[in-house]
Design a binder for this molecule. Structure first.
Ligand SMILES: Cc1cc2nc3c(=O)[nH]c(=O)nc-3n(C[C@H](O)[C@H](O)[C@H](O)COP(=O)(O)OP(=O)(O)OC[C@H]3O[C@@H](n4cnc5c(N)ncnc54)[C@H](O)[C@@H]3O)c2cc1C
Length: 466
């Protein structure tokens, strides 16, 4: 039986970073991955495929040029599902190659197969041809991620009624799609399909979507979706889902409203991928969504030598945060110095248009009773925006009236997920309004919107006390 200092279960963003960090400390590490290739949901069914799909759609449709050439402008007229898949496979191969190289370079052992605990320090891994190997370790990091939630009332068939894994294998582009769940995944796919001129109906039992975002941003985003012809059916539960034949699906909502579409994407929630781990053998329990509870600063579970990181511990369930959690968990597991996870991290929602945000929303600031002022810039006010033909996009910053510190930065529009990092730096370094007013920005750039928004707030803020 092989013995390791650390065994990491799962090779997604959390597992990968944990393993490499541990190897850099000179420990011997094994990563066990049950998927065909390393990389996790992030590389194979989540972040990277969906973002590659988005990029391909924006390129082939000519979406970014429509501000100049009109809504009917197209780069390619008949976009097919195989056009969309081609670029995805190339990107995924590169990602896997880089990751395998990182593991090899850092001398991280990898084992393909499904891991299950047999006692608190031992796992059993079933290989491809049914062979069973045992491994022990002093420490473990569970980074098994999540799987799409598939409730019984949804007649999934992998062809017309799909989850967010199946959608990547669509044989043909549908003419219409109904998407259930207006969370990040649902909203991203809804806006991507709508950019492809597929008729989209987005269904959400709650009255609102993406509640954790600033409301002014969501109002702007919602307006853009409606303006493109997307149907939003909010505030009604799904009562029934029926398939009447190939490409003919029907959803009945509470209250009787019915929605017909070629394809349905069910994107309402994910479950921790913990059932296969036999966690009883190591004394761990999961919650109703299959997730593990950890100590928020160290990522230690209730069993002291077992740590957990990434989506399996729940919120915020991002590849970006999972990577940091994996690294910090490895430091704590191995008794090395670790930094604390930052209080504020950015959220990137790769819808069309992009949304990105960091810090407090206006609603949270009001709730906390902090006196504040907002500054808003529209991308069409910037020269870069004119050059790019942008007719939408906004950046909003919120400052404390008392300290003039930046409290929140919220962006919707082209480049939002990159632009937000300027706001992130100022916010986490406790910078104030003066940073934006007093510094020179490259011109012409969309980053100029920071200066415009800061000046907008400055106009209404009391002068800086000497
Ligand atoms: C459609 C979609 C789009 C997304 N877009 C973004 C985005 O734009 N930005 C962002 O930051 N995040 C995004 N995410 C979230 C992101 O993919 C996840 O936060 C991230 O993948 C979580 O990483 P992880 O390491 O926790 O787990 P995962 O990436 O889920 O990896 C877990 C791995 O563990 C393996 N495993 C499970 N059980 C076992 C076992 N018993 N034995 C061995 N191996 C096992 C699995 O096969 C898997 O490879 C998206 C997710 C989805 C679904």
């Amino acid at each position: 039986m092989d013995k390791y200092d650390l065994i990491v279960i799962g090779s997604g963003p959390a597992g990968r970073r944990a393993a490499i960090q541990a190897a850099k400390f000179g420990r011997n590490v094994l990563v066990v991955e049950k998927g065909g290739r390393v990389g996790g949901v992030s590389v194979h069914t989540g972040t990277i495929p969906s973002k590659t799909l988005r990029e391909t759609v924006l390129n082939l449709t000519g979406w970014r040029e429509r501000g100049f050439y009109g809504r009917s402008y197209r780069v390619k007229d008949d976009i097919t599902a195989s056009d969309l898949r081609a670029r995805m496979h190339i990107t995924l191969d590169h990602e896997v190659e880089v990751l395998e190289h990182q593991f090899a370079r850092n001398k991280v052992d990898t084992m393909r197969g499904q891991a299950r605990f047999t006692d608190p320090h031992t796992i059993e891994v079933e290989g491809e041809i049914g062979e069973v190997l045992k491994f022990t370790a002093d420490k473990f990091i569970v980074a098994v991620g999540t799987k799409p939630f598939r409730p019984d009332y949804v007649p999934f068939d992998g062809e017309y009624v799909l989850d967010s894994d199946d959608i990547l294998d669509l044989a043909d582009l549908p003419r219409s799609i109904a998407i259930i769940g207006a969370g990040v995944i649902g909203v991203e796919y809804a806006s991507i399909f709508s950019a492809l001129d597929v008729h989209v109906t987005l269904i959400e039992p709650r009255d609102t979507m993406l509640d954790f975002l600033d409301k002014e941003l969501i109002a702007d985003f919602t307006h853009q979706l409606r303006d493109r012809g997307m149907a939003l059916r909010f505030g009604a539960k799904v009562e029934k889902i029926e398939k009447h034949g190939p490409g003919s699906c029907e959803i009945t909502l509470e209250g009787g409203r019915s929605i017909r579409s070629n394809v349905i994407l069910f994107a309402a929630g994910r479950m921790g991928a913990t059932p296969s781990l036999n966690l009883e053998a190591c004394g761990l329990e999961v919650d109703h969504r299959g997730r593990l509870k950890v100590e928020p600063m160290t990522f230690q579970t209730d069993v002291p030598h077992i740590f957990a990181a990434g989506d399996v511990i729940g919120f915020p369930s991002l590849a970006s945060t999972s990577m940091e959690q994996g690294r910090i968990a490895a430091c704590h597991a191995l008794g090395e110095t670790a930094y604390d996870p930052p209080e504020y991290f950015p959220y990137g929602i790769y819808a069309v248009p992009e949304i990105s945000t960091i810090g407090m929303t206006e609603e949270e600031i009001k709730e906390r009773g902090i006196p504040y002022e907002c500054g808003v810039a529209r991308f069409r006010e910037t020269s870069r925006g004119h050059i790019m033909g942008l007719d939408s996009g906004m950046l909003k910053m919120i400052f404390s009236l008392k300290t003039r510190r930046l409290l929140g930065c919220h962006i919707v529009g082209e480049g939002a997920t990159e632009l937000v990092h300027i706001g992130q730096a100022v916010l986490n370094l406790r910078g104030t309004l003066e940073y934006f007013v007093e510094n020179t920005f490259n011109y012409p750039t969309l980053a100029e919107a920071y200066k415009i928004a800061a000046l907008d707030a400055w106009n209404r803020m009391p002068p800086l006390e000497e």
